[in-house]
Design a binder for this molecule. Structure first.
Ligand code: B16
Ligand code: MG
Length: 261
C-alpha cells in the first residue's frame, strides 16, 4: 500500500505495436485512476482522513444545547452565532471562549468541573444519536472508499468520537481513530492528521482530508496533505476541492478531480 505510485505495464505489444488494454491488466477489484503527469495511482494507495463534526454528522447542535444550558446557569449570553466559534475547538478551549464572552474568570478546578457538567449533558444527547443523522451520502462514500481498499481514519478533536461512531453504526469502516484523547494540539496544528496517517501507514502525499472548518483545511496542508472542503467555497476556498456534501459524490470522480489540481 505504501511507496511510490505503481507504474503499470503499458508498453506496446512488440508483435502488434498496440498498447495493452489496462482494464485487462488490472487485477480484479483493483480500480485504477486516470493517470496525470504519467503516474498511475491505484485507489488502494490512498488514505482518507475524516473530520467528524460537520463532515460525518452534525454534532454542533448538541454541543450548542449543552453549552447553552451551562451558559444559562452561569448567566452568560450565548447564541448559535457564538457557537460557530466552538466548532473544531477542544472542550476546554470552548469553555474558555464562553467565559471570555461573559468576561468571567475561573480556577482550573472550576473549569474542569464545568467541562464535566457540559459533557455529561452532551453525552445524554449523543447516546440517542441515530444512523439517520449521518450527513447525506457520507455512509455510501465511506463504504465506496472502504470497498476500494482505501484506508480510512477519523481525525477529530472530540473525546466522544468512539461513542459517536458506534451510535452511527460506522465504526467498522474506520482503520484508525484519532480523537481528542490522543492529540493535544488543536487544528490548524497537523498533529491529528499526521497521527492518523501514521496509524494508516500511508504517506501524507497520498492522504486526503475531508474537513468543514478552515482550521482543519490548514491542518491538512500543514501535514502535507490535500484537503477537500465540505461546505461553501467562499469559506473553504483554500482547499484543493470544495463540495457541498457527499450526496451523489463518487470516490473515483473525487480522486480524479483531485489529481488534476
Ligand atoms: P468533545 P471535530 C469537535 O469535533 C467539535 O467541533 C467541537 O465543537 C468540540 O468542542 C470538540 O470536538 C471536542 O468535543 O467535547 O466531545 O471532546 O469537529 O474536531 O470532529
Ligand atoms: Mg468539523
Amino acid at each position: 500500500r505504501q511507496g511510490s505510485p505503481a507504474i503499470l505495464r503499458d508498453q506496446p505489444d512488440q508483435r502488434t505495436g498496440k498498447k495493452p488494454d489496462l482494464r485487462i491488466l488490472r487485477p480484479a477489484g483493483c480500480k485504477q485512476l486516470t493517470p496525470t503527469n504519467n503516474r498511475r495511482i491505484q485507489m488502494s494507495q490512498y488514505g482518507f482522513l475524516f473530520d467528524l463534526d460537520g463532515v460525518i454528522v452534525d454534532t454542533a447542535k448538541y454541543h450548542f444545547l449543552a453549552w447553552k444550558r451551562l451558559a444559562d446557569e452561569l448567566d452568560i449570553p450565548f447564541t448559535e452565532q457564538d457557537n460557530e466559534r466552538l466548532k473544531g475547538v477542544s472542550r476546554m478551549a470552548s469553555l474558555e471562549i464562553i467565559l471570555e464572552i461573559g468576561n468571567r474568570t475561573m480556577t482550573e478546578d472550576e473549569k474542569q468541573a464545568l467541562c464535566q457538567r457540559k459533557n455529561d449533558w452532551y453525552v445524554e444527547y449523543i447516546k440517542k444519536l441515530e444512523k439517520s443523522e449521518l450527513l447525506p451520502g457520507v455512509e455510501n462514500f465511506l463504504k465506496q472508499a472502504h470497498a476500494a481498499g482505501i484506508k480510512i481514519a477519523l481525525g477529530s478533536a472530540s473525546k466522544n468520537s468512539p461513542l459517536i461512531l458506534d451510535r452511527l453504526g460506522i465504526t467498522e469502516l474506520f482503520d484508525a481513530v484519532v480523537d481528542g484523547t490522543r492529540v493535544s494540539r488543536a487544528k490548524p496544528d497537523p498533529e491529528v492528521f499526521v497521527t492518523g496517517a501514521e496509524d494508516l501507514g500511508i504517506d501524507p502525499e497520498y492522504c486526503v482530508v475531508f474537513e468543514d472548518a478552515v482550521a482543519g483545511v490548514q491542518a491538512a496542508h500543514n501535514a502535507g496533505m490535500k484537503a477537500v472542503g465540505i461546505g461553501s467555497p467562499e469559506i473553504l476556498g483554500q482547499a484543493e476541492l470544495v463540495i457541498p456534501g457527499f450526496a451523489n459524490v463518487t470516490v473515483n470522480d473525487l480522486l480524479q478531480k483531485l489529481e488534476n489540481v
